[in-house]
Design a binder for this molecule. Structure first.
Ligand code: 9WN
Length: 430
């Protein structure tokens, strides 16, 4: 199964095996429901295999959109037995909230990469009807983020749980999370399921899970309304990746607007405003990248994580900022493909989830950013590095940067889907 043909067939097979009729589960074992940003990445790969499935992947996700515009981070499959994933629908109780879909969901969101993904899908499939149907839903999601989540008042969308970042136990949240009460009794009411599928030393700790559940209970107690977030909720953070993909998706919406006959200018203006706000609030010249802001404390933890490099996606960055980010990315701190955390930092852990390993999705974003910036040589290093990881280890969830071994879930959907996109680019460079 080595070589490009074997990789293509194997990746297609992973996506076929994880397809459940209307979307793709990230993993049959660890993640048996639909996840928001996973589906966006998966659709990009599916577009190369089967346009109808690519469209369905995103359409299914947006069928679970709430009346306020939020796109939930997990859409639960009612056929999956209770207890197979924790925390399941019985913890979130979304059905009790007015304006929620008939299907059970979480009340959180994930990085809004969907506009960006929808444009890439369209460029591959050429189906205008798909964009016509999706565009108003994408607009509603962005409106939710702009109007409900600018808790800090500076023009960026805040996350209210580490799960919303998609980079769950990243050191970027350590400082803000330390202020969340970790009542040991919280976890006595629950049972983790992830440890049945992955070793404890590669997953978040019990202390982190206790805080994750405290935050779920806090947001649920507010009925997932955002009005009181700034006062009552113990975790409010501005993440560079979340806002970089938000701005990149606004730019994609400008392109989509041209296709569907809407006005592109408001999207361009919002992308420019988000870029300005990112620069003003999260750029950290001393760190050589962007870092997360703890809105409640008004301070930045300063951890150098891969999230801080993703504003490279934005064409509106001043040249000197772009150069600084490129230098950080190419430095020994990250390497190519990039680790999720600074290799030189004391807490770097090459096998623990988002605290060190290499992940395919963030590197795929960096690869796209490098291509768009004309940084062909660096882009090729990311691409060939990712392809060699999956060729040697398989379609794992994350990879040890030192040995190249695969960890977390095997047959992980976005690793397979984005590999298809990387392989397709080799055949037909753009
Ligand atoms: C919680 C599904 C998701 C990804 C996230 C990743 C992980 C979930 C978990 O799996 O998070 O959302 O249970 O650990 O961190 O990025 O979307 O693949």
């Amino acid at each position: 199964m080595n070589g490009p043909a074997g990789r293509w067939e194997r990746a297609s097979q992973v996506l076929a095996d994880n397809w459940v009729g209307s979307y793709t589960v990230p993993s049959r074992s660890l993640y048996p429901h639909q996840w928001s940003w996973d589906s966006a990445f998966v659709a990009i790969g599916l577009a190369h295999l089967d346009p109808a499935r690519a469209h369905r992947e995103l359409t299914t996700l947006f069928e679970a959109q709430w009346a306020d515009g939020r796109v939930p981070h997990i859409v639960f499959n009612p056929r999956v037995p209770p207890g197979q994933y924790f925390p399941g629908p019985e913890v979130w109780t979304s059905g009790e909230i007015p304006g929620t879909p008939p299907v059970q969901t979480t009340g959180l969101v994930q990085p809004p990469v969907h506009g960006y993904a929808a444009l890439r899908v369209y460029r591959c499939t050429g189906d205008r009807d798909f964009l016509v149907a999706l565009y108003p839903k994408l607009v509603a999601y962005h409106r939710y983020l702009a109007e409900h989540r600018d808790v800090g008042g500076g023009g960026l969308a805040a996350i209210v749980h580490p799960w919303e970042s998609g980079l769950d136990n990243s050191p970027a949240w350590d400082q803000a999370l330390a202020a969340v009460a970790a009542d040991p009794l919280v976890m006595s009411r629950y049972q983790r399921r992830d440890l049945q599928h992955a070793p404890a030393e590669e997953r978040p700790t019990d202390g982190e899970y206790a805080r994750y559940l405290t935050l779920v209970e806090s947001y649920r107690a507010m009925g997932y309304a955002d009005r009181a977030l700034g006062l009552d909720h113990p975790f409010v953070v501005e993440c560079p990746l979340f806002n970089a993909v938000f701005a990149a998706s606004e730019l994609a919406l400008a392109e989509i607007a041209l296709v569907v006959g809407a006005r592109p200018d408001p999207h361009r203006q919002r992308a420019a405003a988000l870029t300005e706000a990112l620069l003003a609030r999260l750029y950290d010249p001393a760190a050589g990248m962007f870092t997360a802001l703890d809105v409640r404390a008004g301070t930045r933890g300063g951890a150098r994580t891969v999230a801080g490099l993703t504003p490279l996606l934005l064409p509106g960055l001043p040249a000197r900022v772009g150069e600084t980010l490129l230098a950080s990315l190419a430095s020994a701190r990250f390497g190519l493909p990039a680790t999720s955390y600074d290799r030189a930092a004391p807490g770097f852990d090459r096998r623990r989830y988002w605290r060190g390993p290499v992940w395919v999705n963030v590197n795929w974003l960096l690869w796209r950013a490098l291509l768009d910036r004309g940084e062909r040589r660096l882009a090729d290093r990311v691409r060939t590095g990712l392809l060699s990881l999956v060729e040697r280890a398989g379609y794992y969830e994350y990879f040890d940067p030192l040995t190249g071994s695969g960890h977390g879930s095997g047959d992980f959907s976005w690793s397979a889907a984005l590999t298809l996109d990387l392989l397709a680019a080799g055949r037909d460079p753009d």
